[in-house]
Design a protein around this ligand. Sequence first.
Ligand SMILES: Cc1ncc(COP(=O)(O)O)c(C=O)c1O
Length: 371
Amino acid sequence: MTSDLTLRAGAILTVDLGAVVANWTQLRDRVAPAECSAVVKADAYGLGVARVVPALAAAGCRTFVVAQLEEALAVRQALEPVASNAQVFSLGGLPPGYEGEFIAKRILPVLNHLGEIAAWRAFAAARGEVLPAVIHIDTGMNRLGLGPDELDDLAGHPEWLEGIDVRYWMTHLACADEFDNPMTGEQRERFRGALARLPKAKASFANSSGIFHGKDHHFDLARPGCALYGVNPTPHLPNPMRDTVRLDARLLQVRNCNAPMTVGYGAAHKVTGPARIATIGVGYADGYLRSLSGKGHIFIDGVAAPIVGRISMDLITIDVSGLPETVAHPGRMVELIGPSRPVDTVANEAGTIGYEVLTSLGRRYHRVYTS
Ligand SMILES: Cc1ncc(COP(=O)(O)O)c(C=O)c1O
């Protein structure tokens, strides 16, 4: 049933927290006895940290991973009533001057280079304490983490870790979703080689796809993100995860076009014969990607209606000529993302990846969380 609020919104985003939890549970069982964390950066990939984190914590998740300190603080707040003892990692390193905030809020910084290791060591020394951290070793991404030279230096100077309680050594995979790409195995061997040269601590290796490469990729802690939210971690196989979001919107207006005419900005779509064009109150400002213009499909009663013309800030136009007026009429709810149009399918049509579709999900939708 639709409430007043759902009627007021241009669209309704339904997030199935039960499916998120079921996805995490499936991955937890797959990696056991290793631990399974949950990557909840970018507001839990767009689904909402305030709801996703407590649901996963209630299911037993005790490690949460974000990209930035600000996000870590939001996760800590969401955890407070449910699992205040859970660990939170912030992947983006130590913003200078904010070291005290990591301690006060019990956030584990992921130290990405020797400068950050030195800063954390100095901070620990100044406090006269041993402070926990995660240290990132770059095994092939060439973005964050200790590169080969820094690794050599650190391995030769174990005293640089004095005052640091290394909770995990971690690395991140570049090509884990390409199951025939040898790079994943090469990164695993480089990681093993690095671990052998460093003081003993737990290790964290696999993202969602990495988990599906098998036990010897699980190490002590897995870090799945996208699979929790229903993106297929095994693109060459049917999706083993449950869909977690559906997006429905109302048809605002249906136009009968009985003469040749154009539709929308740039007059980009030309109607030649009789046609019916329906308009939906969702646009690129809602994260409905503009690249779907003239390419994507919206579903009505299981029938695909093509997006025609340009997606604008607040509106999408679709061709509903193939549907009877009793079906495609103003006020009618239609499916933008859902069982007929899973996130990965929308992403393919848009020429992107499910991650971008999810993390773009707009703020104007009326959100409904089911369990
Ligand atoms: C360091 C790190 N670990 C884990 C993940 C989760 O990856 P995925 O969403 O592919 O499971 C990410 C996401 O980008 C990441 O940056």
